[in-house]
Write a protein that binds this ligand. Structure first.
Ligand code: HEC
Length: 169
């Protein structure tokens, strides 16, 4: 296959996967409530309800540069629950909200993913966010109540720990 055929082939495959994946970023992750863990979350977000089909944060479609030095190349996916919170400025993300930030190298290769998943009761002092850092292949590098993540994101605790845009009216 030549290059453009290969690209079309991939586009069709992704479209079919997105279309046939029924929940398309809407539902809460099934069965995670008891024992949330990063491996389970990876299965969910890559196989059961593939995050590549999730919407973007409005105004942050496609790839863009981080506001923090050294200006990493990012792509942000949020599930429908999170999108509803952003669009309707609901002040707080509900249980099951999922935000996935991909970080790319300068050669346009996926290098890391940082993830926030809202799990009711997991960490009430930290608005119940479960924090994960994955390698590009899903290797779990950090997970849970990760001090490093929280110490920086706490600066926007009044925006439910989220930097990208205001979720308040
Ligand atoms: C030094 C500060 C800092 C640290 C440490 C940090 N972040 Fe962030 N994070 C940001 C900023 C700023 C953004 C907004 C996007 C941008 O400009 O990079 C962000 C964006 C995000 C987003 C998209 C939602 C949002 O808040 O806008 C997720 C998900 C995320 N970070 C997860 C994590 C995880 C998981 C960790 C720990 C492994 C982490 N972050 C550590 C500053 C930080």
């Amino acid at each position: 296959m030549n290059k453009s055929k290969t690209i079309w082939f991939l586009i069709v495959i992704i479209a079919v996967i997105c279309f046939t994946s029924q929940k398309r970023g809407t539902a809460e992750m099934p069965g995670i409530n008891e024992k949330i863990n990063a491996q389970r979350l990876w299965e969910y977000m890559t196989k059961e309800n593939p995050y590549k089909c999730y919407p973007a944060w409005p105004g942050k479609e496609g790839i863009y540069e981080s506001t923090m030095p050294p200006g990493d190349i990012l792509r942000l996916y949020i599930n429908d629950l999170a999108l509803d919170t952003v669009v309707n400025k609901k002040r707080i993300f509900p249980n099951g909200s999922l935000l996935i930030k991909e970080i790319y190298t300068e050669e346009n290769k996926l290098s890391l993913l940082t993830v926030m998943y809202k799990e009711k009761g997991f960490n009430p002092q930290g608005n119940d966010w479960y924090w994960v850092k994955y390698g590009h292949d899903g290797e779990v590098k950090l997970e849970g109540r990760v001090g490093l993540c929280i110490e920086c994101h706490v600066g926007v605790a009044d925006n439910d720990y989220v930097f990208t845009g205001s979720i308040k009216k």
